[in-house]
Design a protein around this ligand. Structure first.
Ligand SMILES: [Zn+2]
Length: 296
């Protein structure tokens, strides 16, 4: 992690929409350690870009779907019990997906986040994004926050009620009527409202796909890095992102390559005229500084 991405080489390319010159990363060496802050940032951009790319087709196939966030938590555990705790949460999740209340969840994406408790404990939780069938909102099909909490308690086989949060994604400006009116075709005249809705869903996805561990939680107070070191031992080879149902194929689950991380925020692969700008990390200054510009 110490040596991760010491040198970043960007291409100076025109933005396809505005023509303005923007920097696009072309070369870097990432350490690919699971919780490296830089690698996490690139990885979350990559997942987000993959989701964004898949989204128009998903909305085309499920124009009536609604979207919601679900956060599922458990009580904090000792950092030494983190692996066992996450594994029991994964089992509980499997049980949850088999419950009757889950039948109107058409597809889901689930990420695992671990934050640090004030007493050096660990707080693992799931961030989920649901694509819901419209019948979820009809009469007795509707699952309240209290019911989700009860279901999660049962699936966890816990003797306490865990904190659970659910919220439905709303687009700020677009009414459901506008969406319905334009749902017959994504190319219909009403594309701007579809685009806004896409943006609202994509924004929600960005929240779900963000960091697995907050960079601030990686650093111990004083000389204490033990929490973070134990965290990396505990989560070794555990999967932190999963998807299912109609969203199963939205996120390719194969291991990312260095190239994936480099092109994470440039999935369209903007044309390249060969100009290169390099930035080198200055350890003492704790920042990147321009280290050269050339034509390749
Ligand atoms: Zn790294």
């Amino acid at each position: 992690m110490h040596q991760c991405s010491g040198l970043l080489i960007f291409a100076d390319v025109p933005d396809p929409e505005t023509g303005e010159l923007v920097l696009r990363l072309r070369e870097a060496h990432f350490c690919r350690v699971r919780h490296c802050p830089v690698c996490q940032w690139r990885r979350s951009l990559m997942w987000y870009a993959r989701f964004q790319k898949a989204l128009p087709e998903i909305l085309g196939r499920y124009p009536n779907a609604r979207w919601a966030f679900l956060t599922l938590t458990v009580r904090n555990c000792d950092i030494k019990e983190l692996r066992a705790t996450i594994s029991s949460m994964n089992d509980a999740w499997k049980r949850l997906t088999h419950r009757a209340e889950f039948r109107n969840v058409l597809g889901w994406i689930r990420t695992t986040e671990v934050t640090k408790g004030r007493d050096e404990s660990a707080h693992p939780h799931f961030h989920c994004m649901f694509m819901l069938s419209p019948s979820y909102f009809k009469g007795s099909n509707y699952v309240t926050q209290a019911r989700w909490a009860e279901l999660w308690k049962e699936c966890l086989r816990a003797d306490y009620t865990p904190i659970v949060d659910i919220r439905v994604v709303r687009s700020k400006k677009v009414s459901r009527e506008a969406l319905k009116a334009s749902r017959t075709s994504l190319e219909a005249s009403n594309t701007s409202s579809i685009e806004e809705y896409l943006a609202a869903v994509a924004d929600a996805a960005r929240e779900v796909l963000k960091y697995a561990v907050k960079p601030s939680d990686m650093l111990g107070g004083g000389n204490d890095n033990e929490w973070f070191l134990e965290l990396t031992r505990q989560v070794h080879r555990l999967r932190f992102i999963a998807s299912g149902g109609a969203l199963k194929d939205a996120l390719r689950e194969d291991e990312e390559t260095e190239e994936d991380l480099i092109l994470a925020d440039d999935p369209a692969e903007t044309p390249d005229y060969g100009t290169r700008v390099a930035f080198a990390w200055r350890r003492k200054e704790k920042r990147y500084r321009k280290a050269g510009k050339w034509e390749s």
